[in-house]
Design a protein around this ligand. Structure first.
Ligand code: DX5
Ligand code: ZN
Length: 217
């Protein structure tokens, strides 16, 4: 886990020019593109769905990290697979059979991610750790970009990294929400290696410099 993965979140992009914004992220050195899907029910916001992801997939080679903030990920899963997702993350708090959904994601040849909200203890994810390729520790309450990082999540990241070691597992640990140069460094010190960043990358005057700063922080 020495290599950091920087994943700009398309939620912070200019939606009037999605193609150009994806190209801008790729040229800035993004490793993955993070795609925030919100259904207006699991979170209090509506973003975009599989059609946008499919369009991005058809015109680019970048790795697609799809974060489903939706109440019924099991119901929509096949559509996000067909859209070209590489990694699909579902929330442990959503209304589905978590073990079954994770199995289906891997059976579809995608990597499987499990997300936990800031208030959700690591214990909620523990039963599934051997079924995942990535654990997403939310560092804000999901729903909106541009919120402040919650440092109280750092001990949970440390606990996740300790459990991973204890069980001989190798899932990525991703953080999402309020990530910039300073908070990225705190998260990496705690054990995270995948850094999602929306406003601090797409919103920066020089996106390449912002991505590099997060990589080197
Ligand atoms: C929050 C989303 C995040 C968001 C991050 O609900 O899951 O991916 O886009 O945005 P920033 O980096 O601006 O906090
Ligand atoms: Zn996200």
């Amino acid at each position: 886990f020495n290599d950091r993965v920087i994943a700009p979140s398309l939620l912070a992009a200019d939606f009037s020019n999605i193609g150009g914004e994806v190209t801008r992220a790729i040229n800035a050195g993004a490793d993955w593109l993070h795609l925030d899907v919100m259904d207006g029910n699991f979170v209090d916001n509506i973003s975009f769905g599989p059609a946008i992801i499919q369009a991005v997939h058809e015109h680019n080679d970048i790795y697609l990290d799809v974060h489903l903030m939706i109440s019924r990920p099991d119901h929509y899963l096949d559509r996000f697979v067909a859209a070209g997702s590489d990694l699909i993350t579902v929330h442990v708090e959503a209304d589905h059979d978590v073990a079954e959904t994770l199995k289906r994601i891997r059976a579809a040849n995608c990597l499987a991610g499990l997300a936990i909200n800031p208030a959700t203890p690591i214990e909620a994810a523990e039963p599934y750790l051997d079924q995942i390729d990535l654990l997403l520790c939310m560092t804000v309450v999901p729903g909106f970009g541009g919120q402040s990082f919650m440092p109280e999540v750092l001990p949970k990241i440390e606990a996740a990294a300790a459990l991973r070691k204890e069980r001989g597992l190798s899932f990525h640990i991703e953080v999402d929400g309020g990530i910039g140069e300073k908070t990225a460094s705190q998260c990496v010190q705690s054990g995270a290696n995948v850094l999602v960043a929306g406003s601090s990358t797409f919103g920066a005057p020089d996106m390449a410099a912002a991505v590099t700063a997060i990589r080197q922080a």
